[in-house]
Design a protein around this ligand. Sequence first.
Ligand code: LLP
Length: 406
Amino acid sequence: MDDLSLKDLARQHGTPLYVYSRRAMLAALAPYQAALQGRPHLVCFAVKSNSNLAVLQMFAQAGCGFDIVSAGELERVLAAGGDAGKVVFSGVGKARREMKQALEAGVRCFNVESTAELEVLSEVATQTGRTARVSLRVNPDVDAGTHPYISTGLKGNKFGVAHEVALATYRRAAELPGIEVVGIDCHIGSQITEIAPYLDALDRVLDLVESIESAGIPIHHLDLGGGLGITYTDETPPAADVLIGQLLAKIDARGHGHREIVFEPGRSLVGNAGVLLTEVMFLKPGEQKNFCVVDAAMNDLMRPALYEAYMGIVNTHQRAGAAETWDVVGPVCESGDWLGRDRALTVQSGDVLAVLSAGAYGMTMSSNYNTRGRAAEIMVDGSQSWVIRERETPADLFRHEHLLPR
Ligand code: LLP
């Protein structure tokens, strides 16, 4: 990765090990910024995709805002030097204490997902003596064509305010104390590889903006969410600047070119900038299946177990000889604990494998199942590397637990 050997990094820091390239992350951001240059905009990195402080610090320095979904993520952004004034707060279930904390920090906007949330936010804002700037997250009812667990813009989803009631909800927002309407928001799903669903959603959103403004409620910004997919295997998502170019063309054609544009990308900024390194512990050839038992597991990288997601796996050791077919599995006591199935690999025990495209929703979804400490994380840039998170020890894991009195 960059000018460094992943094999050496694994030897030096141990495995499982997440390694990210700063250059690759900034290179992924560049087309977003280039396409939006010259008009008011904000790229809000979706913290949930990779929340390491060093990653947030890098995006803050690059001028990004942040899309958060909890007070915990807000604290991370602030600890990393991010600006609360560039934070949008999404999520279907914000707690009162989280609303209060976000109001006190001065976040730029709450992306509100229901009338009930709106009423509570109004109460909390009034009690706190602050004004909550809000967008309503509207559900445009379009099919993003992605995995059902990560598709969010359809009617049956828990997300957002239904298109049909959006105008009424905006009217309610406009009359509530402590609430100031500033924008409109939608996010239709994740790992989207087509432009069409975005354009459909945009049309629906612009229809709403027109009726909301006709009702006398000004809309300042359009937040079009995140969701742009990446290549894990053979997907061919549009480049960010191509997607944005088409969205802006429609925005301009429909006479909305003066509005500020907000995006909330996560995966497309970090996914292909990271790998998970794992050492092969045992080879276990079998009658029906060959198992390659590695030291990373579903607790380190949950995407395969949870979504049957395909993540590329390559051997950092170039071995001669014919490839055999292996299921790459972890040590956790569940059959769902696999990282890759039926992979052609030439492999020996002791080899370091790299699970590709692991920069997004890898570390952030990891857990301590089986009392496994979470992996360390390394950032590289050119020939430099930094430890940006230390490996957890067992003592770290039970630090907050207590024995019963004797
Ligand atoms: N904005 C909102 C409101 C979101 O819910 C999400 C992701 C994003 C932005 C960023 O979406 P992205 O650009 O990363 O697609 N764990 C799943 C993905 C869950 C996405 C949740 N929401 C996975 O590993 O595929």
